[in-house]
Every structure is written in structure tokens, then in C-alpha cells.
Design a protein around this ligand. Structure first.
Ligand code: GLU
Length: 448
């Protein structure tokens, strides 16, 4: 059978066995469609069914999370941890607390994480977890009780050499603190390396908070450099206003660019004078308010809930909110307005149709597995510091992050060329590089 026929068959079988998990199907399709040239070069991977094994998580944990809200009412949520691949190291990946979380979402994220983590070149496997809990409007006490109940179940599956969660949407340093506290209490161990994204004061790494956003901007910078361009004086649009978006904005500004718009689930803000980062942080991180509060404090800005943030003309677009937020219409608008580069700060924010439009128009496109790998790479640096009971300076850690992002960029380009694509087909290059690393380790480990 031809390699393409084999891939189609495997994909059809995955869809059949995992019905209703549309985001998982989308993530698998994107990877499988890149792998034909790698499978031609390694026919032995067909025989050992590496693809089928990779698409089936090693373990999937689904559990009940009962907790009591501030009114004394009992609440029940559903928790997940999908331990996808331990070929290269302990399962590694964040936890997402959001009402949209279900098994299909966690599987798509976990699947992406395998290749992203492999691409960093560090010893980390792939996993992801979370719960359909909505932290919006919940008091600190409610969030603490929820996190404690979540960890009471999950702790038995974790360990610094087994499975190491971190944050994602809805899970920041507050939640990591509560989760770590409960893990420590249950196990009676200060096992710092069991969670990453910890505050710097008790085992965290400098730059972890900033890493995903900074890394995405470094990646955009590297892509632009291949065409003799820089971020200096460029207009950028960033979707989202959470952790990834905030630090992407900070880094674009530090490199001389101007971020003229950002968004949240209620709409978007356009500020032609450049987003005021202190104000944005106060609104989103301290007050946990909607973006309209930004405009109230800054009369030069306007708020809109018509269209999307990608309608705002820009040279560089950084989708940093959530999956499938940037569709065909957005891509058409960006291309019409002359966008040069798009780097995914979020996981799979661009739909396949949007990615196709960028390719067609020769827009530089950095897929999340490469462009947002800075977060998990810095988590791996945090694990390294925990293992050696050390703490590096901010400058040293940022330097290491920048090096990892440069390597990911260079290796993706090289692999794309080696396997018959254009050097700036970063989707092809990133998928193949990540896949080959995992496949090599899986082969060495035998059929397990
Ligand atoms: N949630 C982040 C991601 O999507 C970070 C994961 C981690 O640091 O383990 O890569």
C-alpha cells in the first residue's frame, strides 16, 4: 500500500474509534499529512505501527471532582489527565480549567504536546489535563477547594519522574500554588519538580511566566529575519489578553514594534498609541475584569465586539487566545491588509483553512508546536533547576530560552528542506523533526 493510502486509512480508523473528538481529529490530520516524506524514508515505522501507537494515549484518566462552593452548595466537575507519550521523558504538559474542556480537547492538546516537547530537544514526554471548571467569578477560597479536590485524585498519577503538569488556560500561579500545596500535604514530600510554573520564591524558574509569549515573538523575529526584516517599527496584533498575550505584547514592544490591538472573549481593544501594558495587566491580572475596563481608563482606545481583532491592519499577527480562533475570514482580512508573519502563541489557534490561505499568500506561518514551545521549554529548564536545587538568574534563563527558540526555528527549516518542502514550511519541518525524535526513541524501547 502507498504511504498516502496508509495515512488515510490510519486517520479514518482514528476518527472511527474516537467519534465526537473533532479537535483531536484536526490535530492528528495536521500531523499525519506532514509525515509522508518521513515515512518514505523510514518504511520500518509502518511495520512497527509507530503512528497507530502514537495516536493512542498511553493512559487516559477521567475523574470526579466534588467540591463545596461559598454558599455551601456541592458542585461536581470532571477532571482529565491524558498521559500521551513517555518516549522521551516524563509526561509533560499543562492543565486547563475552562468550561469547554472535554476529553477530545485534552487529547488534541496532549497530542500536540508530544511533538512540541520533542522539538525542544529536552527530555520531556507529552501529556495534558484539566477540568471543565470555570474559574471566572469564583472566589480564591472556591478555587483553592477545587484545586485541592482535583489534586486529591490526580496526585497518585504524578511524580517528578512520572508526570509533571503545569499551567494552561485558567491555571496560573495561584492555581499551581494550591495544587502544589495539596500534593505536598498528601505525599509529605517537597517534590519541587512535580509541577512547573511555580512562583520564583519557592522553586519556580525565572522567565517561566514570560516564556510562552517571549518565545512566540522570538520565533516571529527569526522568521522575519529570513526575509531580511525585523520587528522594529512594525504593527502587531495580539489576540487574547492572558499570560501568553501579555508577555508577547511586552516583547514586541521591547523589540521596537507597536501592538495596536488585543482581545478577550467579550471583544477587542484597538489602541493606536500602543497597548498600555501596565493598564492591561491591572485590568486582566489584578481586577480580573473584562477588556472594556481598559477603554474606560484610556480614552484614546476603542472597544469593539464587531468582527475580530484580526480585522485590524498589521504586519505581524500573534494569535494567543485559544484553538480555532482564527478562521478563513480572518486570514483573508490579514492577507488583504498585508500581514507578513503569523506566529501561533496559543495551541492550534488557526484553522486548517486559515493556514492554507497563509501558505498560498506566502505569509510566514509559525505553527504552535514550534512558535509556542518556549513555555514548555522553560518548564523543562525549571525541572532542571529543581533537580539540581539551583536557581539561575533571569538573564541566564532568558538566554537559554532564546537559544532553544533559535534552534527550533533552524531545525524546522532544515527538516522541511531535507524532506522536500520549502524551507519556510514550518508546519512540515516542525512535525517531522518532532516525530523523528519520538519515533527513534519508541523504536529503541521495543513494542511497549
Ligand atoms: N500549557 C503550556 C503548553 O501548551 C505549557 C506546558 C508546560 O509548561 O508543561 O505548552
Amino acid at each position: 500500500m502507498s504511504v498516502l493510502g496508509y495515512i488515510e486509512d490510519v486517520y479514518a480508523e482514528i476518527c472511527r474509534r474516537n467519534p465526537t473528538e473533532s479537535e483531536f481529529h484536526q490535530a492528528v490530520a495536521e500531523v499525519l499529512h506532514s509525515l509522508a516524506p518521513a515515512l518514505h524514508a523510514h518504511p520500518e515505522y509502518l511495520e512497527s505501527r509507530i503512528i497507530e501507537r502514537l495516536c493512542e494515549p498511553e493512559r487516559q484518566i477521567v475523574f470526579r471532582i466534588p467540591w463545596v462552593d461559598d454558599h455551601g452548595d456541592v458542585r461536581v466537575n470532571r477532571g482529565f489527565r491524558v498521559e500521551f507519550s513517555s518516549a522521551l521523558g516524563p509526561y509533560k504538559g499543562g492543565l486547563r480549567f475552562h468550561p469547554s474542556v472535554n476529553l477530545g480537547i485534552v487529547k488534541f492538546l496532549g497530542f500536540e504536546q508530544i511533538f512540541k516537547n520533542a522539538l525542544t530537544g529536552m527530555a520531556i514526554g507529552g501529556g495534558k489535563g484539566g477540568a471543565d471548571f470555570d474559574p471566572k467569578g469564583r472566589s480564591d477560597g472556591e478555587v483553592m477547594r477545587f484545586c485541592q479536590s482535583f489534586m486529591t485524585e490526580l496526585h497518585r498519577h504524578l511524580g517528578e519522574r512520572t508526570d509533571v503538569p503545569a499551567g494552561d488556560i485558567g491555571v496560573g500561579s495561584r492555581e499551581i500554588g494550591f495544587l502544589f500545596g495539596q500534593y505536598k500535604r498528601i505525599t509529605n514530600r517537597f517534590e519541587a519538580g512535580v509541577l512547573t510554573g511555580k512562583p520564583v520564591a519557592w522553586g519556580g524558574s525565572h522567565v517561566r511566566t514570560e516564556a510562552t509569549g517571549y518565545g512566540a515573538v522570538y520565533f516571529a523575529q527569526e522568521m522575519l529575519a529570513t526575509r531580511g526584516k525585523t520587528l522594529d517599527g512594525r504593527r502587531a496584533v495580539v489576540s487574547g489578553s492572558g499570560n501568553v498575550a501579555v508577555y508577547a505584547i511586552e516583547k514586541v514592544q521591547a523589540l521596537g514594534g507597536s501592538v495596536v490591538a488585543c482581545s478577550d472573549s467579550s471583544g477587542y481593544v484597538v489602541d493606536e498609541n500602543g497597548i498600555d501594558l501596565d493598564l492591561l495587566k491591572e485590568v486582566k491580572e489584578i481586577r480580573r475584569a473584562r477588556l472594556s475596563a481598559y477603554v474606560e481608563a484610556r480614552p484614546t482606545a476603542r472597544f469593539s465586539d464587531r468582527g475580530t481583532v484580526f480585522d485590524v491592519p498589521c504586519d505581524v499577527a500573534l494569535p494567543c487566545a485559544t484553538q480555532n480562533e482564527l478562521g478563513e475570514q480572518d486570514a483573508v482580512a490579514l492577507v488583504k491588509n498585508g500581514v507578513l508573519a503569523v506566529a501561533e502563541g496559543a495551541n492550534m489557534p488557526c484553522t486548517p483553512e486559515a493556514v492554507g490561505i497563509f501558505r498560498e499568500a506566502d505569509v510566514l506561518f509559525g505553527p504552535g508546536k514550534a512558535a509556542n514551545a518556549g513555555g514548555v521549554a522553560t518548564s523543562a529548564l525549571e525541572m532542571r533547576q529543581n533537580a539540581s536545587r539551583d536557581q539561575w538568574t533571569f538573564a541566564e534563563t532568558e538566554d537559554r530560552l532564546a537559544t532553544v527558540m533559535r534552534q527550533i526555528h533552524a531545525q524546522s527549516r532544515a527538516a522541511a528542506e531535507t524532506y522536500g518542502g520549502a524551507p519556510d514550511d514550518y508546519v512540515l519541518g516542525a512535525n517531522i523533526t518532532g516525530f523523528l525524535r519520538v519515533a527513534e526513541a519508541m523504536t529503541a524501547h521495543g513494542i511497549v
